[in-house]
Design a protein around this ligand. Structure first.
Ligand code: AMP
Length: 258
């Protein structure tokens, strides 16, 4: 990648610093009282792999001060730590498959029972199948008194996602996500926050991505219809700089709940 190709994208991101400042934790209500920064309860981020769910979940978790629950991240931590679950999941994840539903629902039940998730939580990568969605509906009915879900469906054309996936790098330590083209680290190959050597996920290859995309189309896309009738449901264009997508999410929720 030449400098000339990288510079405009970098500038575009730097130009967005005003939006990022606006979205910094605690500043949203202060700067625009019409934008609600209180947690909207349980939030689902739905979208194809690589569409930017994790990045949005990280920012929204800071704004709303509720935990992000990324089932993919929990699974990867298990793989790194060599747990029995990690050993079982590793092979499935390497080929872009879907980990069995009962494993995932047990994992999510345990995580949302932690007190920090009482005011709400952001699910990133769950539910991924009809069984998981049914389980979640039932679980929230019983344990959260039928609390209303907020569903954010992030949409992007697959070809654009492939472009993002092959340039995606993550910090193995703090999990910050970079893009060598759109959001490069300040120091080549090193995390801005802790200096760790950035890595590429072993399922971020074109071949495995195709499998993950097929799994998404087969198992997860039908859930969009399941959720479309909910009062707080939105489909947003994810093919924009991340801070703009965040702003759109926060403003859309404010609109739909006011
Ligand atoms: P992600 O980080 O969301 O892209 O997930 C990475 C991989 O973890 C997926 O390709 C699946 O193999 C597995 N995984 C994550 N979440 C789930 C889920 N809710 N159900 C089944 N498998 C999952």
């Amino acid at each position: 990648m030449s400098l000339n190709e990288t510079a405009p994208a970098k500038e575009a991101f730097e130009g967005l610093s005003r939006i990022e400042g606006f979205l910094s934790p605690g500043s949203v209500e202060a700067k625009d009282p019409t934008v609600r920064a209180t947690a909207p309860g349980p939030v689902l981020l739905i979208g194809a792999p690589g569409v930017g769910k994790g990045t949005q979940a990280d920012t929204l978790a800071k704004i709303w001060r509720i935990p992000k629950i990324s089932t993919g991240e929990i699974l990867r931590a298990n793989v790194t730590n060599g747990t029995a679950l990690g050993i079982q999941a590793d092979e499935i994840m390497r080929r872009g498959g879907i980990v069995p539903d009962h494993v995932m629902t047990e994992m999510v039940a345990g995580r949302i029972a932690v007190p920090d998730a009482e005011a709400g939580f952001i699910l990133d990568g769950f539910p991924r199948t009809a069984k998981q969605a049914q389980w979640l509906d039932g679980h929230l009915a019983v344990h959260r008194n039928f609390v209303q879900l907020t569903i954010i469906n992030l949409h992007m054309e697959p070809q654009k996602i492939i472009d993002r996936i092959i340039h995606r790098r993550i910090c193995p330590w703090c999990k910050t996500v970079y893009n060598t083209r759109l959001k490069p680290p300040r120091l080549n190959g090193r995390c801005d926050l802790d200096g760790s050597a950035l890595i590429q996920r072993n399922d971020d290859t074109i071949e495995v991505f195709q499998e993950r995309l097929d799994a998404f189309k087969r198992e997860t896309e039908p859930l969009i219809e399941h959720y479309r009738g909910h009062r707080i449901f939105m489909t947003l264009d994810a093919d924009r700089p991340a801070p703009m997508v965040t702003l759109d999410i926060v403003a859309s929720i404010a609109r739909l709940t006011s």
